[in-house]
Design a protein around this ligand. Structure first.
Ligand code: FAD
Length: 355
């Protein structure tokens, strides 16, 4: 499938949903391309989410371009159903994915990108970075965090409640991750929920599919923005575990503590409270360390025009969030940006050929 010495038209770094999505549209052109992915199997970040994770949209709204996810057992797909779908998707279109291949650095010389990996060097005329955010979990800074003797884990490292039984746990984060993890942990542990603001639970019948439609409208239609309801893709969807948690009354929210001490946290009124574990469900930032040598990265960001790098011709960034295209960090949303990206790449390669 691949060769180290050839100069590919396009290399895609990352074989998660964003990388596969771009590949789907590139495959329909005459370009030759290769996907480099550091995982040993298909699925990207979904391989590393917690065991009981449920997606927040039904299967037809959790699908990539070209082929819909088959109906799932319950209303919302489980992570395992999505992993099966992504593996089948990759097989169906026979994408050339080189696995266990980690890109350490990218440089450019005479209009050719040089991609350094643990499996050797690869060369290409155009490059797509689709490395996701899961390698760069975000934890807000707190005074004396290092004094705390308990455990601190980020949601990316949380799997299940096995080692939390009977513990005192703080879950931090008012989005879907925080809500789903709190619902589960509160069954076996004593929990407190810390959120920046009062969390917003969507009505039972509103889920990801409605959010996409409403958010799309708001994004592209100024009037809707001014008059419409306040909606966000990070509002909490009532998947089964959340519904059940609401019935048990576990979602009592507290504003953030101000510091740590060795046995726990100090609240804003200066009271101290001991805890065994803090679970940070506080999100992620883009993982762009492999692009450092190109000298275009500033604080996990680079300037983009939709998905195209403004400073580096021939480079596109896909799937990192709204700054790389509306809802591009979601399964349903990434297709649109991937299609646009492939179109721009084709025209870039044609211009190069004509020069
Ligand atoms: P990834 O899946 O992270 O894929 C990137 C790939 O690149 C990975 O395989 C990674 O290992 C690899 N990689 C990274 N760096 C390198 C490197 N230097 N060299 C080679 N390979 C590299 N979205 C929805 O639409 N619906 C949902 O219900 C939903 N639920 C979510 C729940 C959670 C808990 C989280 C965290 C996210 C959720 N999302 C959801 C958002 C989004 O769909 C996922 O985060 C998705 O995995 C992002 O896909 P991606 O392809 O951009 O990144």
């Amino acid at each position: 499938h691949y060769s180290e010495n050839k100069i590919y038209d396009t290399i895609i770094i990352g074989g998660g949903q964003a990388g596969l999505s771009v590949a789907y549209f590139i495959k329909r052109t005459s370009s030759n391309y290769l996907i480099l992915d550091d995982q040993s199997e298909p699925g990207g970040a979904w391989l590393h989410t917690w065991d009981s994770l449920n997606l927040f949209s039904p299967s037809q709204y959790s699908s990539l371009s070209g082929w819909q996810m088959p109906p799932c057992k319950k209303e919302y797909p489980t992570k395992y159903e999505l992993l099966t779908y992504l593996a089948e998707y990759e097989k169906r279109y026979d994408f050339p994915v080189l696995r266990n291949t980690s890109v350490s650095q990218v440089s450019k010389s005479e209009e050719v990108f040089q991609v350094e990996t643990n499996q050797g060097k690869f060369y290409c005329k155009s490059l797509v970075s689709a490395t996701g955010t899961s390698k760069n979990p975000f934890i807000p800074a707190h005074p004396n965090a290092n004094d705390f003797k308990g455990r601190q884990i980020h949601s990316v490292d949380y799997r299940n409640t096995n080692d939390l039984i009977g513990k005192k746990v703080i879950v931090v984060g008012g989005g879907n991750s925080g809500a789903q993890i709190l619902a589960e942990v509160s069954k076996v542990a004593s929990t407190k929920w810390v959120t920046l603001n009062e969390p917003i639970f969507l009505p039972e019948h509103i889920d990801g599919r409605h959010l996409f439609a409403a958010a799309n409208d708001k994004y592209f239609n100024k009037q809707a923005e001014e008059s419409g309801p306040k909606i966000s893709l990070s509002n909490i969807v009532q998947v089964e575990s959340v519904r059940e948690g609401l019935k048990r009354g576990v979602f009592k929210d507290h504003r953030p503590f101000k510091a740590f001490y060795e046995n726990g946290v100090i609240w804003n009124d200066d009271t101290k409270e001991p805890f065994d574990v803090i679970i940070w469900c506080t999100g992620f930032k883009a993982n762009l360390s492999h692009l450092e040598k190109l000298d275009i990265i500033d604080n996990n960001r680079t300037e983009t025009n939709y998905t195209r790098s403004v400073q580096q011709p021939g480079l596109w960034l896909v799937g990192y969030g709204n700054w790389t295209g509306f809802a591009s960090a979601t399964i349903f949303g990434v297709g649109k940006t991937a299609k646009h990206t492939a179109k721009e790449i084709v025209s870039f390669l044609e211009t190069k050929k004509a020069e």
